[in-house]
Design a protein around this ligand. Sequence first.
Ligand code: MN
Length: 244
Amino acid sequence: MTPVIGLSCSTVPRVTMAGMLRYSLPCQYVECVARADGLPWILPNLDPSLVPAYLERLDGLLLTGGDDLDPTHYGQPPHPSLILSDPDQDVFELALARAAWEADLPVFAICRGGQVLNVALGGNLLQDVPSQVEGAVGHDQGRPAWRDLAHEVDIVPGTRLHGIAGAERVRVNSFHHQAVDRVAEGFLVTARAADGVVEGMEDPGRHFCLAVQWHPERRPDDPLTRDLFRAFTEAARGAMAPKA
Ligand code: MN
Protein backbone atom coordinates (compact mmCIF):
# COMPACT_ATOMS: atom_id res chain seq x y z
CA MET A 1 0.00 0.00 0.00
CA THR A 2 1.23 3.44 -0.92
CA PRO A 3 0.94 6.02 1.86
CA VAL A 4 -0.87 9.21 0.86
CA ILE A 5 1.26 12.24 1.70
CA GLY A 6 -0.38 15.65 1.94
CA LEU A 7 1.81 18.59 0.94
CA SER A 8 1.11 22.15 1.99
CA CYS A 9 1.59 24.81 -0.67
CA SER A 10 1.86 28.59 -0.92
CA THR A 11 -0.84 31.03 -1.96
CA VAL A 12 0.98 33.67 -4.00
CA PRO A 13 0.05 36.66 -6.15
CA ARG A 14 0.25 36.16 -9.87
CA VAL A 15 2.57 39.00 -10.88
CA THR A 16 1.16 39.49 -14.36
CA MET A 17 -2.43 39.76 -13.12
CA ALA A 18 -2.95 42.11 -10.19
CA GLY A 19 -5.23 40.70 -7.52
CA MET A 20 -5.17 37.15 -8.87
CA LEU A 21 -3.79 34.45 -6.58
CA ARG A 22 -2.55 30.98 -7.34
CA TYR A 23 -1.26 27.96 -5.42
CA SER A 24 2.43 27.32 -5.82
CA LEU A 25 4.73 24.47 -4.87
CA PRO A 26 8.20 23.63 -6.22
CA CYS A 27 7.96 20.29 -8.04
CA GLN A 28 10.95 18.95 -6.11
CA TYR A 29 8.87 18.35 -2.97
CA VAL A 30 6.46 16.23 -4.98
CA GLU A 31 9.26 14.38 -6.74
CA CYS A 32 11.03 13.51 -3.48
CA VAL A 33 7.82 12.10 -1.99
CA ALA A 34 7.18 10.05 -5.13
CA ARG A 35 10.76 8.76 -5.19
CA ALA A 36 10.29 7.59 -1.59
CA ASP A 37 7.19 5.64 -2.69
CA GLY A 38 4.64 8.03 -1.22
CA LEU A 39 1.62 9.26 -3.16
CA PRO A 40 1.85 13.08 -3.19
CA TRP A 41 -1.35 15.06 -2.70
CA ILE A 42 -1.13 18.85 -2.72
CA LEU A 43 -3.41 20.53 -0.20
CA PRO A 44 -4.96 23.88 -1.19
CA ASN A 45 -5.19 26.57 1.49
CA LEU A 46 -8.89 26.51 2.28
CA ASP A 47 -10.99 27.09 5.36
CA PRO A 48 -9.45 25.40 8.44
CA SER A 49 -12.77 23.67 9.09
CA LEU A 50 -11.77 21.29 6.25
CA VAL A 51 -8.61 20.13 8.05
CA PRO A 52 -10.19 17.09 9.76
CA ALA A 53 -11.62 15.84 6.45
CA TYR A 54 -8.21 16.09 4.82
CA LEU A 55 -6.41 14.39 7.70
CA GLU A 56 -8.78 11.43 7.61
CA ARG A 57 -7.51 10.71 4.11
CA LEU A 58 -3.80 11.26 4.72
CA ASP A 59 -1.09 8.93 6.03
CA GLY A 60 1.54 11.67 6.42
CA LEU A 61 1.91 15.43 6.16
CA LEU A 62 4.78 17.33 4.52
CA LEU A 63 4.86 20.97 5.58
CA THR A 64 6.77 22.80 2.86
CA GLY A 65 8.77 26.02 2.58
CA GLY A 66 7.51 29.50 1.75
CA ASP A 67 7.42 33.13 2.87
CA ASP A 68 7.35 34.49 6.42
CA LEU A 69 4.60 33.56 8.86
CA ASP A 70 2.82 36.61 10.32
CA PRO A 71 4.45 37.10 13.77
CA THR A 72 1.14 38.09 15.33
CA HIS A 73 0.60 34.30 15.47
CA TYR A 74 3.33 34.17 18.13
CA GLY A 75 2.61 37.54 19.70
CA GLN A 76 5.39 39.69 18.24
CA PRO A 77 5.36 42.90 16.20
CA PRO A 78 6.73 42.42 12.67
CA HIS A 79 10.40 42.99 11.89
CA PRO A 80 10.79 45.33 8.86
CA SER A 81 12.56 42.63 6.82
CA LEU A 82 9.53 40.35 6.68
CA ILE A 83 7.99 39.16 3.43
CA LEU A 84 4.65 37.93 4.71
CA SER A 85 2.83 34.94 3.35
CA ASP A 86 -0.86 34.97 2.51
CA PRO A 87 -2.92 35.32 5.74
CA ASP A 88 -5.33 32.52 4.79
CA GLN A 89 -2.36 30.24 4.10
CA ASP A 90 -0.99 30.96 7.59
CA VAL A 91 -4.30 30.12 9.23
CA PHE A 92 -4.84 26.92 7.24
CA GLU A 93 -1.28 25.61 7.70
CA LEU A 94 -1.26 26.34 11.44
CA ALA A 95 -4.52 24.39 11.83
CA LEU A 96 -3.19 21.57 9.66
CA ALA A 97 0.07 21.29 11.61
CA ARG A 98 -1.66 21.32 14.98
CA ALA A 99 -4.29 18.76 13.99
CA ALA A 100 -1.70 16.42 12.43
CA TRP A 101 0.38 16.58 15.61
CA GLU A 102 -2.69 15.93 17.78
CA ALA A 103 -3.61 12.93 15.64
CA ASP A 104 0.01 11.66 15.74
CA LEU A 105 0.08 11.62 11.95
CA PRO A 106 3.69 11.42 10.69
CA VAL A 107 4.88 14.98 9.94
CA PHE A 108 7.99 16.06 8.05
CA ALA A 109 8.51 19.83 8.00
CA ILE A 110 10.94 21.78 5.84
CA CYS A 111 12.07 25.39 6.35
CA ARG A 112 8.90 27.51 6.82
CA GLY A 113 7.06 24.24 7.44
CA GLY A 114 9.10 23.66 10.60
CA GLN A 115 8.49 27.24 11.68
CA VAL A 116 4.74 26.77 11.17
CA LEU A 117 4.83 23.52 13.15
CA ASN A 118 6.69 25.20 16.00
CA VAL A 119 4.33 28.19 16.18
CA ALA A 120 1.26 25.96 15.84
CA LEU A 121 2.35 24.15 19.01
CA GLY A 122 3.26 27.25 21.03
CA GLY A 123 6.89 27.96 20.11
CA ASN A 124 8.17 31.15 18.51
CA LEU A 125 10.60 32.31 15.83
CA LEU A 126 13.65 34.45 15.37
CA GLN A 127 12.28 36.89 12.79
CA ASP A 128 15.52 37.96 11.13
CA VAL A 129 18.66 35.92 11.77
CA PRO A 130 21.17 38.29 10.06
CA SER A 131 20.19 41.26 12.26
CA GLN A 132 19.35 39.30 15.43
CA VAL A 133 22.16 36.75 15.71
CA GLU A 134 25.63 38.08 16.33
CA GLY A 135 28.20 36.42 14.08
CA ALA A 136 25.54 34.63 12.07
CA VAL A 137 26.85 32.36 9.33
CA GLY A 138 25.50 32.88 5.82
CA HIS A 139 21.99 31.40 5.91
CA ASP A 140 20.89 32.77 2.56
CA GLN A 141 23.12 31.37 -0.14
CA GLY A 142 21.23 33.20 -2.88
CA ARG A 143 19.74 31.98 -6.11
CA PRO A 144 22.61 31.42 -8.57
CA ALA A 145 24.22 28.83 -6.32
CA TRP A 146 21.03 27.12 -5.23
CA ARG A 147 22.37 23.63 -5.90
CA ASP A 148 25.36 24.12 -3.58
CA LEU A 149 25.82 23.45 0.13
CA ALA A 150 26.18 26.49 2.40
CA HIS A 151 27.13 25.62 5.98
CA GLU A 152 27.59 22.80 8.45
CA VAL A 153 25.13 21.72 11.10
CA ASP A 154 25.88 19.76 14.25
CA ILE A 155 23.36 17.03 14.97
CA VAL A 156 22.49 16.00 18.52
CA PRO A 157 23.47 12.35 19.10
CA GLY A 158 20.66 9.98 19.92
CA THR A 159 17.97 11.94 18.11
CA ARG A 160 15.83 10.60 15.29
CA LEU A 161 17.59 12.99 12.92
CA HIS A 162 20.94 11.56 14.02
CA GLY A 163 19.70 8.05 13.34
CA ILE A 164 18.62 9.06 9.84
CA ALA A 165 21.72 11.11 8.98
CA GLY A 166 24.14 8.64 10.56
CA ALA A 167 26.52 11.50 11.37
CA GLU A 168 26.99 14.21 13.98
CA ARG A 169 27.92 16.83 11.42
CA VAL A 170 26.50 17.34 7.93
CA ARG A 171 26.78 20.10 5.36
CA VAL A 172 23.46 21.59 4.20
CA ASN A 173 22.08 24.25 1.90
CA SER A 174 20.49 27.34 3.43
CA PHE A 175 17.75 29.67 2.15
CA HIS A 176 16.27 31.34 5.20
CA HIS A 177 16.41 34.54 7.21
CA GLN A 178 14.17 33.20 9.97
CA ALA A 179 14.57 30.24 12.31
CA VAL A 180 12.95 28.51 15.23
CA ASP A 181 13.76 30.35 18.47
CA ARG A 182 12.00 28.81 21.50
CA VAL A 183 10.91 25.31 20.58
CA ALA A 184 7.38 24.18 21.41
CA GLU A 185 6.91 22.21 24.62
CA GLY A 186 7.96 18.59 24.22
CA PHE A 187 10.18 19.26 21.20
CA LEU A 188 13.96 18.82 21.13
CA VAL A 189 16.44 20.84 19.12
CA THR A 190 18.20 18.24 16.97
CA ALA A 191 20.61 20.37 14.94
CA ARG A 192 22.30 23.75 15.10
CA ALA A 193 24.55 25.77 12.84
CA ALA A 194 27.88 27.04 14.22
CA ASP A 195 26.19 30.33 15.19
CA GLY A 196 23.64 28.48 17.33
CA VAL A 197 20.74 28.91 14.92
CA VAL A 198 18.28 26.01 15.17
CA GLU A 199 18.46 23.83 12.05
CA GLY A 200 16.36 20.90 13.22
CA MET A 201 13.78 19.87 15.82
CA GLU A 202 11.63 16.88 16.56
CA ASP A 203 9.04 15.63 19.04
CA PRO A 204 10.24 12.36 20.59
CA GLY A 205 6.71 11.87 21.95
CA ARG A 206 5.32 11.41 18.45
CA HIS A 207 5.53 8.56 15.97
CA PHE A 208 7.41 10.75 13.47
CA CYS A 209 7.45 14.53 13.84
CA LEU A 210 10.64 16.03 12.48
CA ALA A 211 11.65 19.40 11.05
CA VAL A 212 14.75 20.65 9.26
CA GLN A 213 15.60 24.24 8.40
CA TRP A 214 17.45 23.41 5.20
CA HIS A 215 15.97 22.27 1.87
CA PRO A 216 16.74 18.57 1.30
CA GLU A 217 14.31 18.52 -1.66
CA ARG A 218 16.54 20.87 -3.65
CA ARG A 219 19.20 18.13 -3.72
CA PRO A 220 17.08 15.09 -4.56
CA ASP A 221 20.07 12.85 -5.30
CA ASP A 222 21.80 13.41 -1.95
CA PRO A 223 21.81 10.33 0.30
CA LEU A 224 20.62 12.50 3.22
CA THR A 225 17.64 13.73 1.18
CA ARG A 226 16.75 10.22 0.16
CA ASP A 227 17.08 8.92 3.72
CA LEU A 228 14.97 11.74 5.22
CA PHE A 229 12.10 11.25 2.77
CA ARG A 230 12.36 7.48 3.03
CA ALA A 231 12.19 7.57 6.84
CA PHE A 232 9.15 9.82 6.60
CA THR A 233 7.20 7.76 4.06
CA GLU A 234 8.07 4.55 5.92
CA ALA A 235 6.67 6.09 9.11
CA ALA A 236 3.56 7.07 7.14
CA ARG A 237 3.26 3.54 5.78
CA GLY A 238 3.63 2.13 9.30
CA ALA A 239 0.91 4.42 10.58
CA MET A 240 -1.61 3.53 7.87
CA ALA A 241 -4.90 2.42 9.35
CA PRO A 242 -5.97 -1.02 8.19
CA LYS A 243 -8.62 -0.43 5.56
CA ALA A 244 -11.88 -2.22 6.12
MN1 MN B 1 20.86 27.68 7.64
